[in-house]
Design a protein around this ligand. Structure first.
Ligand code: AP5
Length: 233
Protein backbone atom coordinates (compact mmCIF):
# COMPACT_ATOMS: atom_id res chain seq x y z
CA UNK A 1 0.00 0.00 0.00
CA UNK A 2 1.22 3.47 -0.84
CA UNK A 3 1.14 5.45 2.41
CA UNK A 4 3.47 8.24 1.29
CA UNK A 5 0.71 10.57 0.05
CA UNK A 6 2.36 10.65 -3.37
CA UNK A 7 0.56 8.91 -6.25
CA UNK A 8 2.32 6.07 -8.12
CA UNK A 9 3.21 8.33 -11.09
CA UNK A 10 5.37 10.40 -8.75
CA UNK A 11 3.34 13.61 -9.16
CA UNK A 12 2.26 15.05 -5.81
CA UNK A 13 -1.40 15.64 -5.04
CA UNK A 14 -0.43 17.73 -2.02
CA UNK A 15 0.79 21.30 -2.40
CA UNK A 16 3.50 22.98 -0.39
CA UNK A 17 3.09 26.63 -1.47
CA UNK A 18 5.63 27.91 1.01
CA UNK A 19 9.30 27.88 1.91
CA UNK A 20 10.45 25.20 4.33
CA UNK A 21 13.81 25.70 6.05
CA UNK A 22 15.86 22.79 7.37
CA UNK A 23 18.08 24.01 10.18
CA UNK A 24 20.66 21.90 11.99
CA UNK A 25 24.35 21.06 12.31
CA UNK A 26 26.49 19.50 9.58
CA UNK A 27 25.62 15.82 9.18
CA UNK A 28 22.24 16.05 10.94
CA UNK A 29 20.46 14.68 7.83
CA UNK A 30 19.07 17.92 6.32
CA UNK A 31 20.10 17.07 2.75
CA UNK A 32 18.75 13.51 2.97
CA UNK A 33 15.38 14.74 4.21
CA UNK A 34 15.23 17.82 1.98
CA UNK A 35 15.50 15.60 -1.11
CA UNK A 36 12.64 13.44 0.21
CA UNK A 37 10.35 16.34 1.08
CA UNK A 38 11.03 18.16 -2.19
CA UNK A 39 10.26 14.97 -4.13
CA UNK A 40 7.09 14.42 -2.14
CA UNK A 41 5.72 17.88 -2.97
CA UNK A 42 7.28 18.17 -6.43
CA UNK A 43 9.17 21.36 -5.52
CA UNK A 44 12.89 22.24 -5.77
CA UNK A 45 15.42 21.31 -3.11
CA UNK A 46 17.55 24.41 -2.67
CA UNK A 47 20.83 23.46 -1.04
CA UNK A 48 23.17 26.43 -0.86
CA UNK A 49 26.05 23.97 -0.28
CA UNK A 50 25.20 22.16 -3.55
CA UNK A 51 24.84 25.45 -5.41
CA UNK A 52 28.24 26.60 -4.17
CA UNK A 53 29.84 23.24 -5.06
CA UNK A 54 28.37 23.53 -8.58
CA UNK A 55 29.92 26.98 -8.90
CA UNK A 56 33.26 25.57 -7.77
CA UNK A 57 33.03 22.70 -10.29
CA UNK A 58 32.28 25.17 -13.10
CA UNK A 59 35.01 27.58 -11.99
CA UNK A 60 32.66 30.60 -11.85
CA UNK A 61 33.82 33.82 -10.10
CA UNK A 62 31.55 32.86 -7.16
CA UNK A 63 33.06 29.36 -7.05
CA UNK A 64 36.59 30.76 -7.07
CA UNK A 65 35.78 32.95 -4.05
CA UNK A 66 33.87 30.21 -2.19
CA UNK A 67 36.28 27.29 -2.61
CA UNK A 68 39.03 28.26 -0.14
CA UNK A 69 36.45 29.33 2.47
CA UNK A 70 34.57 26.02 2.25
CA UNK A 71 37.80 24.04 2.38
CA UNK A 72 38.54 25.69 5.74
CA UNK A 73 35.07 24.78 7.02
CA UNK A 74 34.02 28.42 7.35
CA UNK A 75 30.89 30.15 6.08
CA UNK A 76 30.90 31.88 2.70
CA UNK A 77 30.21 35.64 3.12
CA UNK A 78 26.52 36.59 3.33
CA UNK A 79 26.73 38.98 0.36
CA UNK A 80 27.71 36.14 -2.02
CA UNK A 81 25.17 33.66 -0.71
CA UNK A 82 22.26 36.12 -0.64
CA UNK A 83 22.71 37.13 -4.27
CA UNK A 84 22.82 33.47 -5.31
CA UNK A 85 19.63 32.63 -3.37
CA UNK A 86 17.73 35.72 -4.55
CA UNK A 87 18.43 34.74 -8.18
CA UNK A 88 17.47 31.12 -7.62
CA UNK A 89 14.04 31.75 -6.13
CA UNK A 90 13.13 33.90 -9.13
CA UNK A 91 13.22 30.72 -11.27
CA UNK A 92 9.78 29.50 -12.42
CA UNK A 93 10.11 26.11 -10.68
CA UNK A 94 9.92 27.91 -7.31
CA UNK A 95 6.36 29.16 -7.79
CA UNK A 96 4.81 26.43 -5.60
CA UNK A 97 7.36 26.57 -2.81
CA UNK A 98 10.78 25.08 -2.10
CA UNK A 99 12.85 23.39 0.56
CA UNK A 100 15.92 25.22 1.84
CA UNK A 101 18.77 23.07 3.10
CA UNK A 102 21.69 24.93 4.67
CA UNK A 103 20.10 28.36 4.27
CA UNK A 104 19.73 30.68 6.10
CA UNK A 105 22.84 30.21 8.22
CA UNK A 106 23.24 33.59 9.87
CA UNK A 107 20.77 36.03 11.42
CA UNK A 108 21.50 38.47 8.57
CA UNK A 109 20.59 35.78 6.02
CA UNK A 110 17.38 35.01 7.93
CA UNK A 111 16.37 38.67 8.06
CA UNK A 112 17.01 39.07 4.35
CA UNK A 113 15.03 35.91 3.57
CA UNK A 114 12.00 37.22 5.47
CA UNK A 115 11.99 40.31 3.24
CA UNK A 116 12.57 38.26 0.09
CA UNK A 117 9.67 35.90 0.84
CA UNK A 118 7.36 38.80 1.60
CA UNK A 119 8.34 40.52 -1.66
CA UNK A 120 7.50 37.35 -3.60
CA UNK A 121 4.15 36.92 -1.82
CA UNK A 122 5.01 33.79 0.16
CA UNK A 123 3.70 32.98 3.63
CA UNK A 124 6.30 33.05 6.41
CA UNK A 125 8.69 30.10 6.19
CA UNK A 126 8.23 26.95 8.22
CA UNK A 127 11.43 26.03 10.06
CA UNK A 128 12.34 22.44 10.93
CA UNK A 129 15.15 22.13 13.46
CA UNK A 130 17.13 18.87 13.33
CA UNK A 131 17.98 18.08 16.95
CA UNK A 132 20.81 15.57 17.41
CA UNK A 133 23.56 14.70 19.89
CA UNK A 134 26.80 16.17 18.41
CA UNK A 135 28.58 12.87 19.25
CA UNK A 136 26.68 11.20 16.37
CA UNK A 137 27.80 13.71 13.77
CA UNK A 138 31.43 12.74 13.15
CA UNK A 139 30.51 9.23 11.97
CA UNK A 140 27.74 10.56 9.74
CA UNK A 141 29.97 13.21 8.15
CA UNK A 142 33.12 11.15 7.62
CA UNK A 143 31.06 8.17 6.38
CA UNK A 144 29.12 10.23 3.82
CA UNK A 145 29.63 9.56 0.12
CA UNK A 146 27.78 11.37 -2.65
CA UNK A 147 26.98 10.30 -6.19
CA UNK A 148 28.92 12.38 -8.71
CA UNK A 149 26.04 12.10 -11.20
CA UNK A 150 22.78 12.63 -9.31
CA UNK A 151 23.94 13.79 -5.86
CA UNK A 152 22.33 10.83 -4.04
CA UNK A 153 23.60 10.68 -0.43
CA UNK A 154 25.00 7.47 1.13
CA UNK A 155 26.87 6.55 4.26
CA UNK A 156 29.45 3.78 4.25
CA UNK A 157 28.54 2.90 7.87
CA UNK A 158 24.81 3.58 8.11
CA UNK A 159 23.40 3.62 4.56
CA UNK A 160 25.85 1.89 2.22
CA UNK A 161 25.19 1.46 -1.51
CA UNK A 162 24.34 -2.06 -2.68
CA UNK A 163 27.40 -2.12 -4.92
CA UNK A 164 30.69 -0.87 -3.53
CA UNK A 165 31.15 2.88 -4.22
CA UNK A 166 28.57 3.02 -7.04
CA UNK A 167 25.17 4.74 -6.83
CA UNK A 168 22.18 2.37 -6.63
CA UNK A 169 20.13 4.66 -8.89
CA UNK A 170 22.39 5.60 -11.78
CA UNK A 171 25.63 3.67 -11.19
CA UNK A 172 27.49 6.97 -10.73
CA UNK A 173 30.79 7.01 -8.87
CA UNK A 174 30.53 7.92 -5.19
CA UNK A 175 32.92 10.50 -3.77
CA UNK A 176 33.73 12.12 -0.45
CA UNK A 177 33.27 15.88 -0.12
CA UNK A 178 36.60 17.67 0.55
CA UNK A 179 35.13 19.27 3.70
CA UNK A 180 34.05 15.88 5.08
CA UNK A 181 37.60 15.02 6.08
CA UNK A 182 37.91 14.60 9.83
CA UNK A 183 40.18 17.62 10.34
CA UNK A 184 37.58 19.98 8.76
CA UNK A 185 34.66 18.70 10.81
CA UNK A 186 35.74 20.63 13.97
CA UNK A 187 35.83 24.04 12.25
CA UNK A 188 32.47 23.34 10.57
CA UNK A 189 30.83 22.48 13.88
CA UNK A 190 32.33 25.58 15.48
CA UNK A 191 31.01 27.76 12.64
CA UNK A 192 27.59 26.19 13.20
CA UNK A 193 27.61 26.88 16.94
CA UNK A 194 28.84 30.44 16.56
CA UNK A 195 26.93 31.67 13.51
CA UNK A 196 23.96 29.38 12.82
CA UNK A 197 22.74 28.05 16.18
CA UNK A 198 21.48 31.55 17.19
CA UNK A 199 18.83 31.04 14.49
CA UNK A 200 17.15 28.46 16.71
CA UNK A 201 16.28 31.15 19.27
CA UNK A 202 15.54 33.63 16.48
CA UNK A 203 12.91 31.43 14.81
CA UNK A 204 11.55 30.18 18.14
CA UNK A 205 10.83 33.78 19.13
CA UNK A 206 8.96 34.24 15.86
CA UNK A 207 6.90 31.10 16.63
CA UNK A 208 8.09 29.39 13.46
CA UNK A 209 10.32 26.63 14.89
CA UNK A 210 9.43 22.92 14.88
CA UNK A 211 11.77 20.21 16.12
CA UNK A 212 12.51 16.69 14.88
CA UNK A 213 14.58 14.03 16.59
CA UNK A 214 17.27 13.66 13.91
CA UNK A 215 18.96 10.72 15.68
CA UNK A 216 16.13 8.41 14.53
CA UNK A 217 16.14 6.40 11.30
CA UNK A 218 15.75 8.14 7.93
CA UNK A 219 12.18 6.83 7.60
CA UNK A 220 11.23 7.94 11.10
CA UNK A 221 12.67 11.45 10.60
CA UNK A 222 10.82 11.65 7.28
CA UNK A 223 7.57 10.82 9.06
CA UNK A 224 8.22 13.52 11.70
CA UNK A 225 8.94 16.11 9.01
CA UNK A 226 5.81 15.28 7.02
CA UNK A 227 3.66 15.47 10.15
CA UNK A 228 5.01 18.95 10.86
CA UNK A 229 4.56 20.24 7.33
CA UNK A 230 1.05 18.81 6.98
CA UNK A 231 0.04 20.02 10.45
CA UNK A 232 1.25 23.55 9.78
CA UNK A 233 -1.05 24.08 6.80
P1 AP5 B 1 26.36 22.29 3.26
O1 AP5 B 1 26.55 21.56 2.01
O2 AP5 B 1 25.08 22.99 3.52
O3 AP5 B 1 26.69 21.29 4.45
P2 AP5 B 1 26.20 21.26 5.99
O4 AP5 B 1 25.17 22.22 6.42
O5 AP5 B 1 27.47 21.32 6.73
O6 AP5 B 1 25.40 19.99 6.09
P3 AP5 B 1 25.83 18.63 5.56
O7 AP5 B 1 25.57 18.58 4.08
O8 AP5 B 1 27.19 18.29 6.05
O9 AP5 B 1 24.85 17.64 6.36
P4 AP5 B 1 23.33 17.32 6.23
O10 AP5 B 1 22.63 17.79 7.46
O11 AP5 B 1 22.77 17.75 4.91
O12 AP5 B 1 23.39 15.73 6.28
P5 AP5 B 1 23.15 14.60 5.17
O13 AP5 B 1 21.70 14.50 4.88
O14 AP5 B 1 24.09 14.76 4.02
O15 AP5 B 1 27.51 23.39 3.45
C1 AP5 B 1 28.84 23.14 3.10
C2 AP5 B 1 29.63 24.46 3.16
O16 AP5 B 1 29.11 25.38 2.18
C3 AP5 B 1 29.56 25.22 4.48
O17 AP5 B 1 30.53 24.76 5.39
C4 AP5 B 1 29.83 26.65 4.00
O18 AP5 B 1 31.20 26.85 3.76
C5 AP5 B 1 29.12 26.72 2.67
N1 AP5 B 1 27.72 27.18 2.79
C6 AP5 B 1 26.60 26.48 2.45
N2 AP5 B 1 25.50 27.21 2.68
C7 AP5 B 1 25.92 28.41 3.16
C8 AP5 B 1 25.23 29.56 3.60
N3 AP5 B 1 23.89 29.64 3.61
N4 AP5 B 1 25.98 30.60 4.05
C9 AP5 B 1 27.34 30.54 4.06
N5 AP5 B 1 28.05 29.45 3.67
C10 AP5 B 1 27.35 28.40 3.22
O19 AP5 B 1 23.54 13.31 6.03
C11 AP5 B 1 24.87 13.15 6.53
C12 AP5 B 1 25.22 11.65 6.51
O20 AP5 B 1 24.39 10.97 7.45
C13 AP5 B 1 24.98 10.96 5.16
O21 AP5 B 1 25.98 10.01 4.95
C14 AP5 B 1 23.61 10.28 5.30
O22 AP5 B 1 23.50 9.11 4.51
C15 AP5 B 1 23.59 9.96 6.80
N6 AP5 B 1 22.25 10.07 7.39
C16 AP5 B 1 21.32 11.04 7.14
N7 AP5 B 1 20.23 10.84 7.90
C17 AP5 B 1 20.49 9.74 8.65
C18 AP5 B 1 19.74 9.03 9.65
N8 AP5 B 1 18.53 9.45 10.04
N9 AP5 B 1 20.31 7.95 10.21
C19 AP5 B 1 21.55 7.54 9.85
N10 AP5 B 1 22.31 8.14 8.91
C20 AP5 B 1 21.77 9.25 8.32
Amino acid sequence: MNTSGAPPDGKSVEHLDRAVIFLGPPGAGKGTQAKELAKHYGVPHLSTGDMLRENIAKGTPLGIKAEPVMKRGELVPDSLVLKMVAQRIEEPDCTHGFVFDGFPRTVAQAQYLTILLRQHGYKPALVVHFVIDPKLLLRRITGRRMCKVGGEIYNIYERPPKCDLRCDHDGGELEQRPDDREEIVGPRLQAYERQTEPLVAYYRRLGRLHEVNAAKSVDEVKRQVLDIVRGAR
